[in-house]
Structures are given as C-alpha cells and as structure tokens.
Design a protein around this ligand. Sequence first.
Ligand SMILES: NC(=O)c1ccc[n+]([C@@H]2O[C@H](COP(=O)([O-])OP(=O)(O)OC[C@H]3O[C@@H](n4cnc5c(N)ncnc54)[C@H](OP(=O)(O)O)[C@@H]3O)[C@@H](O)[C@H]2O)c1
Length: 175
Amino acid sequence: MVTHFFTASSLDGFIATDEHSLVWLLTQDVDPDGPMGYNAFEKNIGALAMGSSTYEWVMRHEEGRWGYSQPTWVFSHRELELPENADVRLTQQDVQSIHAEMSAAAGDQDIWIVGGGDLAGQFADAGLLDEVWVQYAPVTLGSGAPLLPRRLDLELLEVARNRNFLCGRYSVVST
Ligand SMILES: NC(=O)c1ccc[n+]([C@@H]2O[C@H](COP(=O)([O-])OP(=O)(O)OC[C@H]3O[C@@H](n4cnc5c(N)ncnc54)[C@H](OP(=O)(O)O)[C@@H]3O)[C@@H](O)[C@H]2O)c1
C-alpha cells in the first residue's frame, strides 16, 4: 500500500492561483489515458484525503456532484456541507490516526492525498507520504497555493511527457 500525492503544478510550484483558480490548468491538453495519466493512477486508489479548499473547489466545480467512489476524508475545522450518497467524512483528527483509518478502508489499494500541498506535507512530516507525482503545466503563476511547502529529499523514479505536461514521479527519501 502506497500513499501518493498526485497533483498538477505550474512550473514555479503552485497548484492553484491565489484565488483558487485552476483555469490555467484545465485549459491545457492532457490525455488521461496517456503516460502517467490520471485514469490508470485512480484505478489503484482505495481512499482519498483533501483539505477544505480543495474540497470546496471540487464541490464548486462539480456543482455539488461528487465524482469519487472511494471513501474520502476532508480535513477542516469548520462544519462543511457534504454531498449526498457519498462516503465523505469531515475530520480534524491528526493525520496519523486518519491514515490508519484510510489504510483499513483502502485494503490492498493505495491512498491518494489530493491536496493541498501543506496537507501532503503534514503526511510527510509524520513519515506517511511515499510518492509525489507532479504533472507540470507550461505556465508560471508567480504566486498561489504552494505545491509542497516542506524541505524533503526525493528520488526521481519516472518521467514522461503527456501532451502539454512534463510528468515526474518521485519517492520520498527523507523528511
Ligand atoms: N493543481 C492540482 O492538481 C490541484 C490539486 C489539488 C488541489 N488543488 C487546488 O489547490 C488549492 C489548495 O488549497 P490550500 O493550499 O488552501 O490547501 P487545502 O489543503 O485544500 O486546504 C487547506 C485548509 O484545509 C484545512 N486543513 C488543513 N489541514 C488540516 C488539519 N490537519 N486539520 C483540520 N483542517 C485542516 C484548513 O481549513 P479550515 O480548517 O479553515 O477548513 C486549511 O486552511 C485549492 O484551490 C485546490 O482546488 C489543485
């Protein structure tokens, strides 16, 4: 069982603008069935975690429909409205205990930390982040939500081009 942070980033290391916009990303050409693409990645995922900004973006973008079948933990100190008929759990517990719950739910499948970068960093701080996948878009943003605001050593495992994106997969070596 592997815990991944799989995300897209601008070249200068931001995963959203300051206003939480992803227009710069969603206008890019990508093949979800192509090299290091989303569809094969997502097939192996048994549980998801995300912070509240990411959750609120997904809810806005999908107009309240929930697109994931896997159990999902949303970290927030607030009472957020949850989608109906979906396994979405609000939490403010520590990442260690949530990771144990996620592992039990995922069975022999992997865990995906969807974002943001600091939440992935919290899992890394606890020694619970194994891999980082970054799909770099040919854009710089200048500022925004940071990719992974930690000091980590990583090992490059795999690279690919997927249409407009430079894709890298890294293992976390030390925190
Ligand atoms: N480029 C991509 O592929 C990609 C991927 C994922 C996300 N995104 C975007 O990137 C942006 C990320 O936003 P973000 O940097 O603000 O990160 P985020 O993790 O989505 O949200 C951060 C918020 O989550 C809550 N939180 C985080 N850790 C917590 C903890 N341990 N316990 C309880 N609550 C916790 C806090 O909010 P409250 O307590 O106030 O609720 C915190 O302000 C979003 O716009 C998202 O849509 C882009």
